[in-house]
Design a protein around this ligand. Sequence first.
Ligand SMILES: NC(=O)C1=CN([C@@H]2O[C@H](COP(=O)(O)OP(=O)(O)OC[C@H]3O[C@@H](n4cnc5c(N)ncnc54)[C@H](O)[C@@H]3O)[C@@H](O)[C@H]2O)C=CC1
Ligand SMILES: O=C(O)[C@@H]1CCC=N1
Length: 262
Amino acid sequence: MVVIGCGFMGKALLEGWLASGVKPEAIHVQDPAPSDWLKAQTGFHLNKDLPANPAVLVIATKPQVLAEVLPPLAHFGDGDTIVVTIATGAPLAYYEASFGAKTPVARAMPNLPAAVGAGVTVFACNANVSDAQAELVADLFNAVGTGIALADEEQMHAVTGISGSGPAYVFAMAEAMTKAGEAMGLPRDLASTLAVHTIAGAGAMMREADTEAGDLRRAVTSKGGTTAEALKHLMAPGTGLFDLMEKASGASRDRSIELSTP
Ligand SMILES: NC(=O)C1=CN([C@@H]2O[C@H](COP(=O)(O)OP(=O)(O)OC[C@H]3O[C@@H](n4cnc5c(N)ncnc54)[C@H](O)[C@@H]3O)[C@@H](O)[C@H]2O)C=CC1
Ligand SMILES: O=C(O)[C@@H]1CCC=N1
C-alpha cells in the first residue's frame, strides 16, 4: 500500500490499519513534511522509492494540492492499482483524467473518529473497480469503523456536510456545553467531564438502541420538567439547532462543491 499525504486523517487511517493487522513494512508513505508521529513509526517506508504496482494507492492530501500531487503518480494508472482518495470534493472523473480512463478509483469520505476505530466512511467507486477491489475498499474502511458504499457519487458533498465535517459539530457541542457549565458556576474540569461523558453516553445509546434519536430525546424529556425548558431554545424555529444544523451542514456541502475543481 502507498499513502500519499499523512496528516490528521492519514494518521487516523494508518493507525486503524496497523491495529487491524496490516504490516508496517507493507506501507509506503510519502509526505514532504512528516509529522513527529510519522517519523516515530518503525517499519514504514517513508519518502522512499515507491513499489511499481501497489494494490492500493491512497491519496490523503488536501484537495488544494491535488494538481501538483497527482501528475508524478500518473504511472500508477490504467493498471491493477486502485486509487483510493479521501481528498474532499474532487470527483472520480478528476482522477480518471489524471491517471487514465481505465484506472480503478474509489472516492471516499471518512471521518476523524476512524482514529479510535469508530469512523464512518462513505465511498463511491468508478466502473473500473472490480468486485474484489470494492471488497478491499470496504475492508479498509470497516477496519476503522463502518464503510458504506454509495451509488450516487453526487451525494458525496452532502455526506461531507454530515459525517465528514460532523465530528467537529459534536466537538463544538462539547465546547459549548462546557462553556455553559462554567457560566453557571461549575469548575471548568467538571463541566468538560460532564459534557464529554454526556455526549459519549448518548452516542453509545444511539448506536445500541433500536429507536430513533428523536425517540431517545423524548425519553429524556419529562412533561413540565427541566429538559422541556432547555429544548424550547434548542428547537426554536429559525434560531434553534435544527435550522442551524441545516445551515451549517449545507455550508460544508457547498464548500465541498467549490473544492470539486482543484
Ligand atoms: N481531517 C478530517 O477530519 C478529514 C479530512 N478529510 C480529507 O482528508 C484530506 C487530508 O486532510 P487532513 O489529514 O486533515 O489534512 P492535513 O493537512 O493534516 O494532512 C495533509 C498532509 O498532506 C501532506 N502533503 C502536502 N503536500 C504533499 C505532497 N505534495 N505530497 C504528499 N503529501 C503532501 C502534508 O504535509 C500533510 O501532512 C483532505 O483532503 C481532507 O479534506 C476527509 C475527511 C475528514
Ligand atoms: O474540513 C475539511 O475540509 C475536511 C473535510 C471533512 C472534514 N475535514
